[in-house]
Design a protein around this ligand. Structure first.
Ligand code: NI
Length: 184
């Protein structure tokens, strides 16, 4: 059990497309750590690349609502259909601390994914779960919430975005230097 560092806007890993999970035996500790990290940060969703792992998986916990009885784990997910009205809803992101943007997304999706037992599922989601899944799916493809709003909306947070990006670059450089020190 460990709380991992969450990477922020400006870190190159967030723009990379994630790769499919093939070896499920590595997931046990990682998933525990991701849940610890998400709860510590008071988020409702977390993608693997937000903790510096280039893997196609994310977790969601919306058990504070009526919509879910237990947390969800989605591995190698793929949206197979979208339906319903386009809705506007305010979204925050653990990689964009302090920023909330109104994002337009379709109401309903169908998602194909695996669970940690490697079994494939296909489910339809609406409401907050649909919204959260679509947000995390964007992460896995290197897409940010700021990519989904107008230039004008983005400009409202110009200073905040500049600050997050410059801090993130410092952290990223520190991690790289730190890693080299431990190569033996
Ligand atoms: Ni996010």
């Amino acid at each position: 059990m460990a709380v991992l560092d969450i990477v922020h806007y400006g870190d190159p890993i967030l723009r990379k497309k994630c790769v499919p999970v093939k070896d499920f035996s590595i997931l046990g500790n990682l998933l525990d750590d991701m849940f610890d990290t998400m709860y510590e940060a008071e988020g409702i969703g977390l993608a693997a690349n937000q903790v510096n792992l280039n893997l196609s998986l994310f977790i969601i916990d919306i058990t504070h609502t009526e919509e879910a009885d237990e947390p969800n784990i989605f591995i190698n997910p793929e949206i197979t259909a979208k339906a319903g009205d386009e809705n506007i809803y305010p979204e925050g992101c653990l990689s964009f601390p302090g920023i909330t943007l109104d994002v337009v997304r379709p109401e309903q999706i169908s998602l194909k994914y695996q669970t940690p037992d490697e079994i494939w599922h296909e489910d339809e989601y609406t409401g907050l779960l649909s919204r959260a899944v679509q947000h995390e799916m964007d992460h896995l493809r290197g897409i940010y919430i700021i990519d989904r709003v107008s230039q004008l909306d983005k400009m409202k947070y110009k200073q905040e975005l500049t600050d997050i990006e410059s801090n993130s670059k410092k952290q990223s450089a520190y991690r790289t230097r730190g890693a080299k020190r431990f190569v033996l």
